[in-house]
Design a protein around this ligand. Structure first.
Ligand code: ATP
Ligand code: MG
Length: 326
């Protein structure tokens, strides 16, 4: 789908977390620094990067699980911090849903699958009459491939596999007619053999017009599912654009390192980078300056430690933050 329908716009987001809570002077680490991106209707943005680069923090700020330090998140042009009325907040939480890595964590072991789907349908008034519930729930279960639906509905979460549980989570998002899905490594805890099924369901959701953020360590699935990609390093979005363009012509030395270190697409970024270049991952603070990758970058110049490069458009819709492209 084309990029003419922005749903979520993240602009210049900054997030500081307190560290050393015991010391007298309060210190902070900067988990996100000047991060901007847009989620469009019917498109998926993959966010890739090493552990601790700020991927989940970005999603959690959009989901209103974390506050922001600076910057703005807009939903259909409105600042999400302006949603303070109970009704508005509920509508936002209904429209913007997160899918987590652990499909078990978000299910209640004491309730049936039927209950897990009935609750959001009733809470968000998607059915007016309880008698409509079975039919609605069975059709949701069929849509996510959990058949026979009636038997699945009677089961408890522990009676399902990891992949089936993730499908229940997806059915819940469909139940409330979510408009935006923030999927935080949704398949990383699943067996390789069942990952593709869950990815295909996410692809279907996107084709139905849902706007998606897909956080992953796996560049191969990013390419499979997403139209757009953003590469994060230590709280900074260092390169972003259309997925084929960025992966075929990576412009930032960090993205190039990621790509060169992925001879095996089955492996995660972490596994692959271990064999890569040595270098400390810096702790970023509100006082830090320069490019966060400078210490690990073979092409670093003096100015790289003095200032953070501004984003440059190196090709249509392909942006990079790097002085090599000045
Ligand atoms: N609630 C919190 N309190 C304090 N620090 C936090 C909190 N959440 C995240 N951080 C810190 O912010 C940084 C970014 O974390 P985040 O979870 O966003 O990384 P990530 O890219 O999702 O990593 P991973 O790939 O391991 O999931 C990390 O240094 C982390 O320790
Ligand atoms: Mg994370």
């Amino acid at each position: 789908m084309s990029k003419n329908n922005p749903i979520i716009e993240v602009k210049n987001l900054v997030k500081d977390f307190p560290i050393n809570a015991n010391s007298l002077k309060k210190n902070y680490m900067r988990a996100l620094n000047d991060v901007s991106f847009t989620l469009y209707k019917g498109r998926a943005l993959a966010i890739v990067g090493e552990s601790g680069s700020g991927k989940s923090t970005s999603a959690k700020i959009i989901a209103k699980m974390y506050s922001r330090t600076q910057g703005i998140v807009q939903y259909h042009g409105r600042d999400i911090d302006d949603f303070t009325q109970k009704q508005e907040l509920m509508e936002y939480r209904e429209s913007v849903q997160m899918i987590f890595q652990d499909p078990f964590g978000s299910l209640n072991p004491t309730h049936t699958i039927f209950h897990h789907l009935a609750r959001p349908l009733l809470l968000h008034k998607k059915v007016t009459n309880k008698a409509e519930l079975p039919e609605r729930i069975y059709s949701l279960l069929e849509r996510v491939g959990l058949t026979p639906a009636k038997e699945t509905a009677e089961k408890f979460p522990h009676q399902l596999s990891g992949g089936q549980r993730q499908r229940v989570n997806i059915a819940r998002n469909l139940a409330v007619e979510a408009e935006v899905i923030l999927a935080d490594e949704p398949t990383s805890m699943l067996d390789v053999s069942i990952r593709l099924g869950v990815l295909n369901l996410m692809e279907d959701m996107k084709d139905d017009g849902i706007s998606m953020m897909y956080i992953t360590h796996d560049i191969a699935t990013a390419r499979y599912l997403a139209e757009d990609i953003g590469v994060m390093y230590v709280g900074h979005l260092v390169e972003w654009g259309e997925v084929d363009e960025v992966l075929q012509k990576p412009a930032h030395p960090y993205t190039q390192l990621l790509m060169s270190a992925v001879p095996n697409p089955e492996k995660s970024i972490h596994d692959n980078l271990e064999g890569g270049r040595k270098g400390e991952i810096p702790l970023w603070t509100p006082e830090s300056i320069g490019c966060p990758f400078a210490g690990r970058c073979l092409q670093a110049m003096d100015k790289c430690t003095d200032a953070l490069p501004e984003p440059k458009e190196v090709a249509p819709n392909h942006f990079v933050r790097c002085f090599l492209h000045d």
